[in-house]
Design a binder for this molecule. Structure first.
Ligand code: PLP
Length: 449
């Protein structure tokens, strides 16, 4: 399980980028928080994902790695990934529009979602995007659509292998009662699925996504094995290779404890090769849908320390990064701890003996803490903190508590010789935009009723 991207390089790039971001006032008194994305790291993870599967699949196997757009729904990021040979997994009209804006072609796009409308399905089939049906009612809708117009879309069915939960309930997609897919161990379900395929020659894929943060790799591999065995059973019953592609989902957990990228895509691909040897022997095309494992390690949220105070003897750094940018961490700190790096007013790493302190956010409730009682070099007003490993889900899940503006996101490359270059990925939201989104141009609306 070797790290796929050398950790010292990553932390050196990060320190260089933070220094430059402060120097160039991407973060400063007027704009106290921003997101940074390490483009070199993203490219390295994309290459490592390709290499991980290239190492285990039979030559000639068709493999589409798609990125779960919900993890980082930013068009330039989707474009960068497309350039690195990674497609898009979308789960809403908004995500599909982002993938299209990024130039991801339909043939490299996969639509999943437990609540697709008839219009979404029709659009996907018209474009030729792969669709995974979630349930019998959706399959009935697809019956009608497929009969009414020819489509190039590969169509699959999502199954829930019901392998059990990981350590975070809200992210466990393969429990007995999960809302996703057809629950295979339910009475009569397996027979129903086999029949559904035999009745529909155009149904050619099986889909599962049974992992995510907190789910052990072995359990994920079990979910894939169950799905593979079902495909074998269906193909035997059909007397032909009706199922030609298996979509094994994403869900590789991320290490939030250090710079090391572990377990890594290579370890997972290796484990799959051992657990489900037939999966990679060339008889099935493959689709993957990794999200967090491609992006999390490559993002950080950089925030200025506005004040440093004490309360009940505890030092508290009051910063501009809190619940609005790290919602899960603030509301469920035990499940979503984040590493914090300390920098001084110029953006240089702060050193010195660690002192336990709270790193607080700007929102008006007591629990708005990025870290509690965390040993860090003493932070002072004007210093900076970086919340690490926040490249996935954090930029997506802005939470508009206290009408705090959505920070800008900047991609960077950092080279010891050439220095740091930034590109704006998403401009910071303005206060004027907040007012408009809050009905600012309808001021009197409620008076006129
Ligand atoms: C969320 C999701 C993914 C990506 O999950 P990660 O844990 O970010 O890898 C992939 N496929 C489906 C269907 C999902 O819902």
């Amino acid at each position: 399980m070797a790290p796929t991207d050398a950790s010292p390089d990553r932390s050196a790039r990060r320190d260089q980028a933070v220094r430059a971001a402060v120097d160039q006032a991407l973060v400063g008194p007027a704009r106290p928080v921003a997101g940074l994305l390490d483009v070199t790291g993203i490219r390295a993870s994309a290459a490592a994902l390709h290499a991980a599967f290239d190492a285990v699949v039979a030559p000639g196997t068709e493999v589409l790695h798609s990125f779960a757009v919900k993890a980082t729904p930013l068009v330039p990021v989707l474009r960068l990934l497309h350039d690195a040979g990674i497609g898009a997994e979308v789960a809403s009209p908004g995500e599909l529009a982002l993938a299209r804006a990024a130039g991801v072609p339909p043939a490299r796009t996969v639509l999943d979602s437990p609540a697709k409308t008839a219009a979404e399905l029709r659009e996907a089939l018209a474009l030729g995007i792969a669709v995974n049906a979630d349930n019998p009612q959706e399959l009935a809708r697809l019956d009608a659509l497929v009969a009414s117009a020819p489509t190039r879309s590969p169509v699959g069915l999502r199954v829930n292998p019901q392998i059990g939960a990981g350590s975070i309930g809200a992210l466990s997609t393969a429990t007995a009662t999960s809302k996703f897919g057809v629950a295979l161990r339910d009475e009569g379900a397996r027979e129903w699925v086999v029949r559904a395929f035999l009745d529909r020659p155009w149904l050619t894929r099986l889909h599962t996504h049974s992992g995510s943060q907190g789910v052990p790799l072995e359990l994920m591999a079990e979910g894939v094995r169950t799905t593979y065995e079902l495909a074998e059973e269906i193909n035997r019953s059909a007397g032909r290779r009706q199922i030609d592609t298996l979509d094994i989902g994403g869900g590789l957990p991320v290490n939030f404890a250090s710079d090391e990228e572990s377990p890594g895509h290579a370890a997972y691909a290796q484990l799959l090769a051992e657990t489900v040897p037939g999966l990679f022997d060339g008889r099935y095309g493959l689709v993957t849908e990794f999200g967090r494992s491609l992006l999390a390690k490559h993002g950080l949220i950089l925030a200025r320390v506005e004040y440093a105070k004490r309360s009940g003897g505890r030092p508290i750094a009051v910063t501009h990064a809190g619940v609005q940018v790290a919602t899960r961490t603030v509301y469920a700190p035990a499940s979503w701890p984040l590493r914090i790096a300390a920098y001084d007013a110029q953006g240089r790493p702060r050193t010195g003996p660690a002192v336990a302190q709270d790193v607080a956010g700007p929102a008006c409730f007591a629990g708005d803490l990025l870290a509690e009682n965390r040993p860090l070099p003493p932070l002072e007003a004007g210093d900076h903190v970086a919340a690490l490993d926040t490249g996935a889900y954090n930029f997506a899940q802005h939470y508009s508590y206290n009408s705090l503006t959505r920070p800008g996101v900047y991609g960077f490359t950092a080279d010891p010789v050439d220095g740091v270059r930034f590109a704006t990925v998403r401009a910071p939201q303005t206060v004027a935009e907040i007012v408009t989104e809050a009905g600012g141009d309808r001021r009197g609306a409620l008076l006129d009723l």
